[in-house]
Design a protein around this ligand. Structure first.
Ligand code: GLA
Length: 725
């Protein structure tokens, strides 16, 4: 049993791989956090708690006991109105208008397997505790779900709110969890960015008051990823306590860390309550998205590996987790909108024989689409551009033994499209108000069933009519003008959550209806890179910035939470289209190899040397692919901190590893560089191919190796480290 309850102490213990999570119910029924961290014995942890007291604080309802207050306990689910002034997880208004809540323990059950969440992706499996909490006056309730795994160092949590009263109520806030951490010696780590520079790393100390990361964009966003790290002071990449919160959600979110007056850190978050309210009828429930909280005593790297393990084992479609990925040639940076059938065939011809196995036709094949101003929504072939129809391209590609992929942007519409002319009301916006454009386009109102049916129908028609093996699902703007025609005024603020439920619905009906099609996610690059999207899309186009130097930081930051196999990484032409930077072909390949590798350029421009280089790169990628898909990542040098970027990807049995080294800028007086090969087995002996070094794992970890770099800027190398017996 991974989950146990001690009725004498009223403590729950939840044990996962290397972790224990514990909380208890106090004598008034308040559910209070005790511990989350390294695996420990089931001792009476209540002895370790000394709740603060102050004679000037309010008491819990009906208990006139000077100084006892909820705010001196760490909540498992914070609520408002009854003596706790910290950020609550739930805020609800009754039909009379009051917002008073006193959620106490009612009962619990332990399930052998976690039930799925209705309409939203969540982790699979795992023994699950369901804790029922109730407000005895209003009948309002909350069910807290806790899941632990024997193969992952995380706890998964969510809350389901229930209106057990006789009248409607209104959820003003419906977060997924609360949790306490002792003291305030933590830095908050966040992954911030923008288009073309997604998931850069920032750390700031927690402080009295609230630190938050959020999105109001209805996408999990490039601006801030739905992740918050709580890194104990003194923790490094390799040692020390690191917690990470990752929300399995793709719409507006918020995660908060608040240091209370008692000097404790309380965490909470979930669906963003900005621009949110949800009417809950009598007897109705509201499901919140799942939050995955990882812990490692092995530093930030250990926290990342905990996330990588759980997402590979419990959210990415098992069919694809360890399956060799397509190596694509995508025509976007090669042609943009400027192509015809002959050009596409020529690109496929020039890729033949290099090991590239999938041709992906990007934007511009449909409707009247010659630039970004028209055509979105019209998912039928632009026959005047593609002479001979799409079949001519697909047949040509298939005849070469290559697979065929196609770009869609299902959630969008251009004003200049047949879809918009027929159904202007399908676009999000308020009649009578001029709307904001984003890349010349509007967003479709996915909160409406008729709009969703129309999208599903037109995309599925294309997928069933043509031999399409691969889909790139794009999403290129953020929402504005939030208003849904036909929805009651008092439900308009349900939009952000209903929109994403609509996204998940069309994903279910398109992705799941086409099990033989491989789907890649994309959102103007990485504007919607989150665990829920990974449920549908085993890999996501990481960024529209394909410059190898920029990618070192984007991919390093992304790997804080997401496995390498989730990152789609392409080799593109130089000068790079986003930065105009020249980087060597070797480096572009090596950096792309730290993810699902592909190409994005005009192959008809290849010289013989280029073709040979690509061929060698694809061979090398295939040699290491099993490590990219299933290995453990050890980040050694951070490109955010210096001139070097070094990573090791080690097989689970530690019998081999891929070592990638990169130096940004050359200098006449070059630094000498010692690299410690973290992640190897100290008791094994290894051989490093290319360097001709044989040494013990202990030596390679503690003494490391010294490397010489070539004279040029932006140079890299990859070495195979393998066990010798
Ligand atoms: C987005 C994607 C690109 C490409 C274009 C096409 O920007 O991120 O890869 O597909 O759209 O319009």
């Amino acid at each position: 049993m991974a989950i146990t309850f001690n009725p004498e102490t009223n403590i729950f213990y939840l044990d996962g791989k290397d972790i224990t999570y514990a909380f208890y119910i106090n004598r008034v029924g308040y559910v209070s956090h005790l511990y989350y961290g390294a695996r420990i014995s089931h001792d009476n942890l209540r002895f370790f708690r000394a709740p603060g007291r102050s004679s000037k604080t309010a008491t819990p309802p009906g208990i006139d006991q000077g100084g006892l207050s909820y705010q001196f306990f760490d909540p498992e689910l914070g609520f408002y109105g009854t003596s706790d002034y910290r950020e609550p997880a739930v805020h609800v208004q009754s039909v009379e208008g009051d917002r008073i809540l006193n959620l106490l323990y009612d009962s619990h059950e332990i399930l052998p397997e976690k039930p799925a969440i209705g309409g939203m992706p969540s982790l699979t499996g795992g023994e699950t505790l369901v804790l029922h909490m109730k407000d005895s006056v209003s009948g309002f309730g909350a069910d807290l779900y806790y899941t632990v795994y024997d193969d992952s160092s995380v706890i998964a949590r969510r809350a389901v709110y229930k209106n057990g009263g006789e009248h409607d109520c209104r959820l003003l806030r419906a977060y997924s969890f609360s949790m306490g951490l002792p003291g305030m010696d933590y830095d908050v780590m966040s992954l911030y960015g923008a288009w073309g520079c997604e998931r850069h790393i920032e750390t700031i100390p927690v402080h009295h008051g609230v630190v938050s990361v959020d999105s109001k964009r209805l996408s999990s966003s490039a601006t801030l990823n739905p992740f918050m790290g709580l890194i104990a002071k003194g923790t490094t990449e390799h040692h020390g306590d690191a917690y990470g919160i990752s929300l399995v959600y793709s719409s507006s979110f918020v995660l908060k860390a608040e240091v209370s007056m008692a000097g404790e850190t309380v965490l909470t978050g979930g669906i963003n309550d900005f621009d949110f309210s949800w009417k809950l009828g009598a007897g109705e429930c509201f499901e919140t998205p799942e939050v995955v909280i990882a812990y490692s005593a092995d530093g930030i790297g250990g926290m990342s590996r905990a996330f990588h393990d759980v997402f590979r084992k419990h959210i990415i479609n098992p069919r694809y987790v360890n399956a060799s990925r397509p190596v694509v040639i995508n025509n976007w940076e090669g042609t943009y909108f400027n192509f015809n059938t002959e050009k596409l065939k020529a690109i496929a011809d020039a890729a033949e024989g290099t090991g590239i196995d999938t041709f992906v036709l990007d934007d511009g094949w449909f409707g009247k689409r010659d630039d970004a101003t028209s055509g979105l929504g019209d998912w039928y072939v632009n026959e005047s551009k593609l002479e001979g129809g799409l079949e001519a391209v697909i047949d040509h590609v298939h005849a070469k033994g290559m697979k065929f992929g196609l770009w869609f942007e299902p959630e969008m519409v251009n004003e200049d499209s047949d879809l918009y002319r027929a159904h202007p009301d399908y676009a999000i916006g308020k009649p009578g108000r001029p709307r904001c454009y984003g890349r010349h386009q509007y967003m479709l109102d996915l909160t409406r069933a008729d709009v969703r049916d129309c999208i599903v129908d037109s995309v599925n028609k294309m997928l069933s009519r043509y031999g399409i093996d691969y889909v790139k699902w794009d999403y290129n703007r953020n929402v504005t003008d939030i208003y849904s025609i036909g929805r009651d005024a008092d439900r308009q603020m349900e939009f952000a959550h209903r929109y994403v439920l609509g996204v998940y619905d069309i994903c279910e009906r398109i992705v799941n209806a086409n099990p033989n099609v491989f789907f890649e996610g994309c959102a103007a690059g990485g504007d919607r890179f989150d665990p829920a999207m990974l449920y549908y899309f085993p890999q996501i186009w990481t960024s529209d910035d394909s410059d190898a130097e920029e990618r070192t930081r984007i991919q390093y930051g992304t790997s804080i939470v997401y496995p390498l196999s989730a990152m789609s990484c392409h080799v593109s032409a130089v000068p790079n289209h986003q930065t105009h930077r020249m980087t060597p072909m070797r480096t572009r390949g090596d950096i792309a190899h730290l993810g699902a590798t592909g190409y994005e350029l005009d192959t008809t421009q290849f010289t013989d040397t280029d073709r040979e280089a690509v061929s060698a790169q694809v061979d090398e990628y295939r040699k290491y692919e099993h490590l990219i898909l299933g290995g453990d990542l050890y980040r050694i040098d951070s490109p955010f901190e210096g001139n070097f970027f070094t990573e090791m990807v080690v097989s689970k049995d530690k019998s081999e590893a891929m070592l990638l080294v990169y130096r940004r800028l050359s200098s006449p007086n070059a630094e000498s560089k010692r690299i410690k090969l973290y992640g190897l087995d100290k008791s094994k002996t290894y051989y490093i191919e290319g360097l001709d070094i044989t040494a013990g794992g202990d030596t390679l970890i503690h003494a490391g190796i010294a490397l010489k770099y070539p004279k040029e800027d932006y140079t890299s190398a990859v070495y195979h480290v393998r066990e010798v017996k």
